[in-house]
Design a protein around this ligand. Structure first.
Ligand SMILES: Cc1cc2nc3c(=O)[nH]c(=O)nc-3n(C[C@H](O)[C@H](O)[C@H](O)COP(=O)(O)OP(=O)(O)OC[C@H]3O[C@@H](n4cnc5c(N)ncnc54)[C@H](O)[C@@H]3O)c2cc1C
Length: 456
């Protein structure tokens, strides 16, 4: 196996994943480590951290995609940043295998490992799902979703056949958690604006459908708020189906458990997440849901006790919720926890590195939730305080605008919002991003112009 040129400074703290938890932990470690005390190595397939709470607004064109991601290299001066994927971990040997996008895989040794690889979409074996649906966890998905939906609006404007037009403009979201509700509501708001630009389309040509298996949406807010969200979506013309499951979407023909069937050109799967499967290819302990088993001090633990030198938190770990809340006694996978676990993680890893044993325990009582549901519409719950409409929307923007890491990104995001408020939402889809050479190839293959015969 090939070796890369990398830092020889030891000990090495290997952070798997430069997302919310990984980036924040690395920044805190770099700040607190003495000169030459250790190498901090961050490995992520992306050269940036994705601020996932902004994905719905990226899909709706309210935030520029590059402003919703935080570049790792620029924000981790002094760290070793490797753009690649950890494919397996052998903690017994303190070694991980890394696969860069191009080139050979290589092994990297470490002294401490921090598992911060987050989660991936939790899919089900539904016919057609893998082939036809898209998730909403990556910036590329949000961009593709926006371009796809806006392109379909343009396409539909030229279609005479009612059924075909309806198919192009039917958008289904499966999963009524935060990601699904915010994604659907933001996209619906944008599509309504886009439709208004066309004389050949009417708002009734569009159909948004939400499919949720439970009897309510958004478990993150109270019952009354969740009921209001459903009423608001229905008022906006969204078909909300509760206690309903997607059964089939082969060739984008949607079949629901309530017996309804229809064609939909856009199917978005937001029905939950599961811990990153990289943990399965490791010798570290995981629970029945594939999550790393950790203690409240964020040290990995197996049936024999603490696994020395291994740490984890965020979406890929089952972190005990000492407040007595959480689901099954564990912290729910959200950014609110990840960002607060990072300082505990950094402090404890540093302490371990310096020979300490008196570790901090993670304790955080959920403050509440804020969600944007399109321009000037939102819902929030902070303790007993419940807000709806413009106030909740302002709270959502205020909170997340301040929460995105780095001052640079905060400024860019607020600038986006101010510019959009003055100039209006940008409804331009970019075409063929997945086939950028299309025009060039067509030009190269085009017939040469016929030669004109010279007049004698
Ligand atoms: C649409 C959406 C909206 C959301 N809104 C909210 C909200 O309003 N409030 C809230 O609290 N939470 C929200 N969340 C949840 C929140 O974003 C996550 O809980 C949070 O990002 C978890 O942080 P993390 O560091 O554990 O994982 P992530 O931030 O997902 O980071 C994991 C990192 O690991 C990297 N990685 C993956 N595989 C590998 C590998 N094999 N090797 C190396 N690196 C790897 C990934 O590229 C990624 O950068 C939302 C999520 C989504 C999808």
């Amino acid at each position: 196996m090939a070796l890369i040129r990398n830092s020889t400074l030891r000990p090495r703290i290997l952070i798997v994943g430069g997302g919310y938890l990984g980036l924040t932990t690395a920044r805190l470690l770099l700040k607190q480590l003495g000169r030459g005390e250790a190498t901090v190595t961050v490995v992520d397939p992306n050269p940036y951290m994705t601020y996932q709470p902004f994905l719905p607004e990226v899909a709706a064109g309210s935030i520029e995609p590059r402003h919703a991601v935080v570049p790792l290299r620029r924000n981790l001066p002094g760290a070793e940043v490797i753009t690649g994927k950890v494919t397996s971990i052998k903690h017994a040997d303190r070694s991980a295998v890394i696969e860069p996008e191009t080139g050979e895989a290589f092994e990297l040794d470490y002294d401490h490992i921090v598992l911060a690889a987050g989660s991936v979409a939790r899919t089900l074996p539904i016919p057609g799902l893998e082939e036809e649906a898209i998730g909403l966890k990556r910036i590329e998905e949000a961009v593709a979703l926006r371009d796809h939906v806006l392109s379909r609006v343009a396409e539909a404007s030229l279609v005479e056949d009612d059924e075909e037009r309806r198919r192009l403009l039917t958008i289904v979201f499966v999963g009524g958690g935060f990601a699904g509700i915010e994604g659907l509501a933001e996209l619906e708001d944008m599509v309504r604006d886009a439709i208004a630009q066309y004389d050949t389309l009417t708002q009734s040509d569009v159909r948004f459908v939400l499919v949720e298996g439970m009897a309510r949406v958004m478990p993150e807010v109270g019952e009354a708020q969740a009921r209001w969200v459903v009423e608001d979506l229905r008022r906006r013309g969204v078909d909300v189906y509760l206690e309903t499951f997607l059964q089939d979407c082969t060739d984008k023909h949607v079949k629901l458990s309530n017996g309804e069937e229809f064609d939909a050109d856009t199917i978005v799967w937001t029905a939950g997440v599961k811990a990153n499967p990289v943990l399965i290819d490791s010798d570290l302990p995981i629970d029945e849901r594939g999550r790393l088993t950790v203690r409240a001090d964020l040290q990995v633990e197996d049936e024999n006790g603490v696994v020395e030198g291994a740490w984890g938190a965020g979406d890929n770990a089952a972190v005990p919720d000492l407040t007595g809340g959480g689901v099954g006694g564990f912290c729910v996978p959200n950014a609110q926890h990840a960002v607060r676990q990072a300082p505990v993680l950094a402090a404890n890893v540093l302490k371990a590195l310096r020979g300490g044993t008196d570790f901090q325990q993670y304790f955080h009582k959920t403050i509440g939730s804020v969600a944007g549901l399109g321009l000037y519409q939102g819902v929030s719950q902070i303790g007993d305080f419940e807000a709806r409409g413009v106030l909740a929307w302002l709270m959502h923007r205020g909170y997340h605008g301040a929460a995105i890491p780095t001052l640079d990104r905060k400024k860019r995001v607020f600038a986006n919002w101010i510019i959009s408020a003055i100039l209006g939402r940008d409804l331009t889809p970019l075409k063929d991003l997945d086939v950028p050479r299309k025009n060039f190839v067509e030009a190269a293959q085009s017939k040469p112009a016929p030669k004109k015969e010279k007049a004698s």
